[in-house]
Design a protein. Structure first.
Length: 163
């Protein structure tokens, strides 16, 4: 959990704020493992809740969809969310809440923001050549000895036109 005590802001006047430094090493955010979290967020007291705004940098280890090699994927998250105070009714615009004790847990918000920021098809690099479909050699590391002469018999006549 990445929790902060924001209890001084709950009884404070509207507009009161404080800055939270997010510093965490390897961490598991439910179903995501991040290498680190680093940044700062400003929490401001607003009507019915606490408005959080800031930037957090992180890095994950992903697997390339072409060559299946693990690689580091850095990302920067822009956070902007309102946390409702405990005792207020749940609202679709404010899915996150401050606990009754005045603790704010950033883990659910960070998890959601990371999932949104992840690419659909992560690549270790834009020119990744992938794996040979016949022998499985990583084509980024070298070439393989496979001969790709499998010609569909229906198109065999077209090959003679190219010669």
């Amino acid at each position: 959990m990445i929790r902060f005590d924001v209890s001084p802001l709950i009884p404070a006047r509207l507009g009161a704020s404080l800055t939270l430094n997010v510093e965490a090493g390897p961490r598991c955010l439910f179903d995501l493992e991040v290498d680190y979290l680093q940044g700062a967020v400003r929490v401001t007291r607003v009507g019915g809740g606490l408005y959080l705004q800031g930037t957090v940098a992180s890095q994950l280890t992903l697997e390339c969809v072409r060559c299946l090699t693990p690689f580091s994927f850095p990302l920067t998250l822009g956070l902007e969310e309102t946390f409702r105070l405990s005792g207020h009714k749940p609202h679709p615009d404010m899915p996150y809440a401050v606990s009754e004790n005045g603790w704010l847990d950033l883990a659910p918000l960070l998890r959601e923001e990371i999932w949104v920021a992840l690419p659909m098809k992560p690549l270790c690099r834009s020119d990744c050549r992938g794996l040979c479909p016949h022998c499985g050699t990583n084509l980024n590391l070298g070439t393989c000895q496979c001969v790709d002469e499998q010609i569909d018999p229906r198109l065999a006549l077209l090959k003679t036109l190219m010669e």
